[in-house]
Ligand binder design. Sequence first.
Ligand code: NDP
Length: 519
Amino acid sequence: MAGVEERVDPSQVSTVGGIDSEGQIIVENPATGREIGRVPEMSADEVVELARKARAAQPGWNALGFEGRARVLNRAQKWVIDNRDRIIETIVSETGKTYEDALIAEINYATSAFGFWAKNAPKFLGDERIKTSSPFVLGRKLVVRYQPLGLVGVIGPWNYPLTNSFGDCIPALAAGNAVILKPSEVTPLTSLLMAEGLRACGLPENVYQVATGRGETAQALIDQVDMVMFTGSTATGKKVMQRAAETLTPVSLELGGKDPMIVLSDADLERAANAAVYYSMQNGGQTCISVERVYVEEPVYDQFVAKVTEKARALRQGVPTGYGAIDIGAVTSPAQVDIIDSHVRDAESKGAKILVGGHKHGTGGANFYEPTVMVDVDHSMLAMTEETFGPTLPIMKVRDAEEAITLANDSPYGLSGSVWTKDVARGEAVARRVQSGAVDVNDAMLNYSALELPMGGWKASGLGTRHGAAGIRKYCAQQAILVTRFAPKRDVHMFPYKKSTGKLIGGMLKLIYGRGKRD
Ligand code: NDP
């Protein structure tokens, strides 16, 4: 593979989040191991101070209304386009991903999200007039309204510093909140660059702030905010929820996934094979909704494996130097290399055959894992049951669609999945039986780009959703308003209770509900 540097002893791989003598976090380029910046590790007291400033700034931001806020967000959309080369350089240098992954999955997302929330915030958060069927309430005006919670804390991961960390700040801001983002210690620079961008677009001071630091900084942030949006591992998600429980702070959690791909025997195998390789290894496989395991019906299994193997062997991996240079970059978090390798070694020790790749490599603190294809896998192996989050593709032969569905659902996770068949009606029927928050037919991951669709996990993959109406309402307090304009001096149900009260109300209930429904 082009660009692959000589293999190193795995124990030589650098550790992340080194701290200098002044307590600063050292940020490294995972594709080269070189230092690219230093950021403060903020203490709990510093987080308290950020929160104080955010709360002072938030009412002014909210007072701008949807239109005023949309102006800033629309300017930010253009700012991202105008400054995309600089943003991409920052993302690539702190993640080690390809320029294409930064453009397609980050710049594209952020620009689309700025426009989407600027336009749709008033639609999703405007007052809703409600009708009621309750006889007691007839004639009253009923309204549901949304108001920003105040201060939102976003805790983000390292795989998509713009899309997953910063992206969740956009709807929170559009709703009128102030936001403090705690990016991963591994990739804090993009979040800081976005602070500069938002300032240039007219966002009032302290409405968006970045709390750089590690787990302790994140825990301190949870104590200060009115709502937490977290993306990361299921294990850390549980810690977030535990801490938030102490202050009864609501959380929305987007956690790990083990997304199954089901290939039926009538699928367009060429497209399915291209998609299997792309959606398992795009962004180095470090995507919560990447294809993590494949189930292929017996009649087409050999053909599918042959196609996938050929395509995976052709992938170029190395240091990203520009568009078209490589297909797969580095593993962003050094700790992740060992997780990936432990899954591959576990599978190998239990009888899996590695057809492509299967090793970590890199020199001088660079972290890479070879694009890897495995067969003869089963559910006794971590590679088929736990999130690998790397450029790996384990493929399992199944008797039929029923077995594929059973195995797809044999997982603690339920983030998303995909079904591949030319019979789209059958594909949709199979999709409806997969236990996950999203299922694509003849596609994978693409649902994430439709910001109108809710995106969230079932089971251990999370709580709550991003995108869609619920993706912004979660940043708001909901208030029900009831207004009575015309009413008698005393309603029939008020004191004093009289014999006639029971008779009247009983009769009314019988009249309305007592007729029974026709079979
Ligand atoms: P984490 O879930 O630990 O990290 C996510 C964020 O949480 C980071 O900002 C991290 O900070 C922060 N954090 C760490 N400890 C705490 C804590 N105690 N309380 C609150 N926040 C905390 O992910 P990892 O980096 O450890 O990755 C582990 C696994 O998570 C991966 O192997 C992958 O399976 C999964 N993952 C899933 C993602 C997704 O999109 N759903 C994204 C990334 C990872 P810091 O990084 O500074 O420690």
